[in-house]
Design a protein around this ligand. Structure first.
Ligand SMILES: Cc1cc2nc3c(=O)[nH]c(=O)nc-3n(C[C@H](O)[C@H](O)[C@H](O)COP(=O)(O)O)c2cc1C
Length: 380
């Protein structure tokens, strides 16, 4: 499909599935186990309908908003995604540059394939950068990463709390998506069917975990580094060493949202990791409203998982989210054509948000509230 014909995130998803070999798309796309949560993340948006208002002079629609002291051009964040270099060389840098261009934050993953320092120095623009932290088994290594993010000017720390181990993603297991790549006949044939990607990989080499010294034994396998015995004492430790805002990503219950507020967190992302961790976990949209009611006055409540359309974003803002993080949507863009692909995916979602708000009679993000949507009952 020519990029001129790509008009939705679903088009980009399809184009990415064509360009990437199986090992890469099987890492990008599937959720855990039976993918029930993954599917529900999309289906849940259908259980809301809009309540438009008319004759409201919508000649100007302002999509800007504010979160954690940053002014955003759109109520979006490009969320953290590890191993993005598997989709396009220097993918993290393209995602960061594109986010800066749209005046929205970019979150660099602990498992990024460009380093904390490289992404910071590549950004000779005024983009907002946040760093996503996985707690590592080695406390000194964790502290070192936090110090590096601080020194490199990252403005907030995002602690991902839903990953004491990786979810069971069966397509990856079945088709050997693990790095370093081990070649077998099946992979060689698949690579030959995807020459553009394969030539890029041959030219730039296999991506590696860039934030870990290459001398360490496992430069490719994130799970080997993850700390399992994580608790709220780790959060308190982090609060004591990081003076800028901290966001907990992967909150899935109101009780944990309350604990996050009690611990002085600045924000939470209600998220099920795009359905990649616990299959059967609730969709963030089901938890969001209650979390906002409970802790929305104490910290910034954000959400991700399943957002593919501007209308999805408007629905979540109506339920009280401050802004929405994108995962796969921007990865599809980078996988299809690098930076221009991400730019275009963001502009597609922006355009859909603008149209949705215009058709709803809304002139600014501040005007989006609970009155613009209602739940559709199963019988209607
Ligand atoms: C390929 C891929 C890699 C990811 N890597 C990370 C990561 O390193 N750290 C993290 O906190 N979340 C990671 N996530 C989860 C995303 O940040 C986000 O929570 C999720 O993708 C949102 O769901 P969506 O893809 O349906 O938008 C990853 C997601 C994908 C698809």
């Amino acid at each position: 499909m020519s990029s001129k014909k790509l008009v939705s995130v679903a088009d980009y998803q399809y184009a990415a599935s064509k360009r990437l070999p199986r090992i890469a798309f099987d890492y990008l796309e599937p959720g855990a186990e039976d993918q029930v949560t993954c599917q529900r993340n999309r289906d849940v948006f259908r259980s809301f309908e809009f309540q438009p208002r008319v004759l409201r002079n919508v000649a100007q629609v302002d999509l800007s908003t504010g979160v954690l002291g940053a002014r955003l051009g759109l109520p979006l964040v490009v969320g953290p995604t590890g191993f993005a270099g598997l989709f396009w060389p220097d993918a993290d840098k393209h995602l960061a540059a594109s986010a800066a261009n749209a005046t929205i934050p970019f979150v660099l993953s602990t498992a990024s394939t460009s380093s904390i320092e490289d992404v910071a120095s590549d950004c000779n623009h005024s983009g907002t950068r946040w760093f996503q932290l996985y707690l590592l088994k080695d406390r000194d290594a964790t502290a070192d990463m936090v110090a590096r993010a601080d020194a490199a000017g990252y403005e907030a720390l995002v602690l991902t709390v839903d990953t004491p181990c990786a979810g069971k993603r069966e397509a990856s297991m079945r088709h050997g998506s693990r790095l370093p790549l081990r070649l077998d006949a099946e992979k060689v044939i698949d690579f030959m069917k995807h020459p553009a990607w394969t030539l890029q990989m041959l030219r730039y080499g296999q991506p590696r975990l860039a934030n870990f010294p290459h001398s360490r034994r496992a430069p490719f396998v994130m799970e080997a580094h993850l700390k399992r015995d994580i608790g709220w004492d780790d959060v308190r430790w982090l609060r004591s060493v990081w003076k800028k805002p901290i966001i907990l990503k992967g909150i899935q219950s109101v009780d944990d949202a309350r604990l996050a507020a009690d611990q002085g967190m600045d924000g939470i992302v209600v998220s099920n990791h795009g359905g990649r961790q616990l299959d059967g976990a609730p969709s963030p949209i089901q938890v969001l409203e209650h979390a906002v009611q409970d802790v929305g006055n104490h910290l910034a409540v954000m959400a991700d998982s399943g957002f593919r359309r501007g209308a999805d974003v408007v629905k979540a803002l109506a339920l009280g989210a401050k802004c929405i993080w994108l995962g796969r949507a921007t990865l599809y863009g980078v996988a299809v054509s690098g930076r221009p692909g991400v730019d275009h995916v963001l502009s597609v979602i922006e355009d859909e948000m603008r149209r949705t708000m215009t058709l709803l009679g809304l002139r600014s993000v501040d005007e989006i509230d609970g009155s613009v949507i209602r739940r559709v009952s199963a019988s209607s």
